[in-house]
Ligand binder design. Structure first.
Ligand code: PSV
Ligand code: MN
Length: 411
């Protein structure tokens, strides 16, 4: 019986030969995979929840240090998750310098910091009726000040990105003056933008519904772009895969934003219905591939998009789920790098619909798992991260150390 590493070697050699014959630069592709890094959010390491319950996974990280430990472990096994995205106030470091140092020692950098004005957590004014769009200036000012404070915390940690997602909106007709709410939001964002350090980006996330069900103040990419443009060149739109109505052509949105150079960040997850937050690539892998096809040129030219997994883990062990997501992201990226872009452009120019579709299908149907595994091994990761994670009984050890009922802050 051959070992898994012998099987890998055989499959990789075979795949390399076939792809090289087709004119693919396999070594270049592997290098791109090795460089591609996705941030892990501090709220995704515990059991998530639905409105109907939360089922603890056991051994969840109890503080930022333990969250960073979990991310460092994922990175050690996969070598493609070398940063953390912090949600404030779910994770406020008491001693920023000590946390920065701790993360550095574990090989983890701070990517973006996320503000939170969608919950009440003991602040003076309630966000029940909104934050940056609120009818009362005192509430808006409080939300602005919170975002500025988040920037300050992020700067002390070495982060360079502020991500904003607003739950602001209305659930009943007549509740909101749409234009006024948007105008308030724009003015608030412009104020936050003045506090942004010169080498920072501000990312504005959109979502068509939830928690408000009649209108959201920033429901779509167009509104987010409008607001980003009103702030300045360092404000961008962020696409979260779950924040679209069913059947939206997300790859087209990505292409449009890219064309305008206004795509600044990406939240990966997958969904059947809406913001289901399930494992990336688990339901619509072809869509993920088509999105990467729009982005592959940007990725190879090292552009500055911030990548993050924004998923929730109600059933699976979060660490295993994150590793599955990372693998699926790399698979989609690798497949997109197989697309013959010159031939695709020629087919599009000639309106050769069949050939264009065939080019994409050829790439999508190629089994790239051995290329992804090879990149991971060369970067110092594991051939099969989940197998290795299970083999080392990591969850059981975490439960012994942190307790069966340890609960992570976050969703
Ligand atoms: C909102 O649904 C969102 O996608 C935003 O990115 C939040 O920061 C994150 O989820 C966690 O609530
Ligand atoms: Mn998101």
């Amino acid at each position: 019986m051959p070992t898994i590493s012998q099987i890998h070697q055989k499959t990789f050699n075979f795949q390399r030969e076939i792809l090289t014959d087709k004119g693919i630069e396999v070594e270049r592709l592997i290098n791109v995979l090795m460089d591609f890094q996705v941030a892990i959010p501090s709220w995704a390491l515990g059991a998530g929840a639905t409105r109907f319950g939360r089922f603890s996974i056991g051994g969840e990280p109890r503080n930022i240090e333990e969250k960073i430990e979990d991310i460092a472990l994922i990175n050690q096994l996969t070598r493609c998750a070398n940063s953390v995205s912090l949600h404030i106030p779910w994770d406020i470091p008491e001693d920023t310098e000590a946390i920065r140092q701790f993360a550095l020692e574990k090989g983890i950098a701070f990517d973006s910091v996320n503000s939170n004005t969608f919950q009440d957590y003991g602040q003076k004014h309630s966000y029940k009726f909104g934050s940056l769009s609120h009818t009362k200036s005192a509430v808006r000012q409080q939300a602005i000040d919170h975002n500025k404070q988040v920037i300050d915390i992020g700067a002390a940690l070495g982060a360079k990105v502020l991500t904003l997602w607003l739950a602001d909106g209305s659930s009943f007709a007549g509740q909101h003056n749409f234009a006024k709410a948007l105008e308030n939001t724009q003015i608030s964002l412009q104020s936050i933008y003045t506090h942004l350090p010169i080498d920072w980006k501000m990312l504005i996330e959109y979502k068509p519904f939830e928690p408000n069900f009649y209108s959201m103040v920033i429901p779509d990419w167009g509104t987010a772009l409008l607001l980003a443009n009103a702030c300045g060149q360092r404000a961008f739109t962020l696409v979260d895969l779950g924040h679209h109505l069913p059947n939206t052509n997300i790859e087209q949105i990505v292409a449009t934003l890219n064309w305008q150079k206004r795509l600044g960040g990406f939240h990966f997850n997958d969904s059947k219905f809406a913001d289901d937050d399930v494992t990336v690539g688990s339901i619509k892998p072809f869509q993920l591939f088509l999105i990467f096809n729009e982005l592959s040129k940007e990725i190879t030219s090292n552009n500055n998009i911030s990548w993050m997994i924004d998923a929730s883990h109600n059933l699976k062990d979060p660490l295993e789920d994150l590793m599955q997501s990372l693998e699926n992201i790399q698979i989609a990226l690798a497949k997109s790098l197989l697309v013959d872009q010159t031939a695709l452009s020629a087919a599009q120019a000639e309106n050769d619909v069949v050939h264009g579709a065939q080019i994409l299908q050829d790439a999508f149907e190629t089994d790239v798992r051995s290329l992804v595994a090879e990149a991971r091994i060369r970067a110092g990761g594991e051939l099969n991260p989940i197998l290795s994670y299970r083999g080392q009984n990591i969850r059981r050890n975490r439960i012994e150390k942190r307790g069966q009922n340890a609960t992570a802050s976050g969703l």
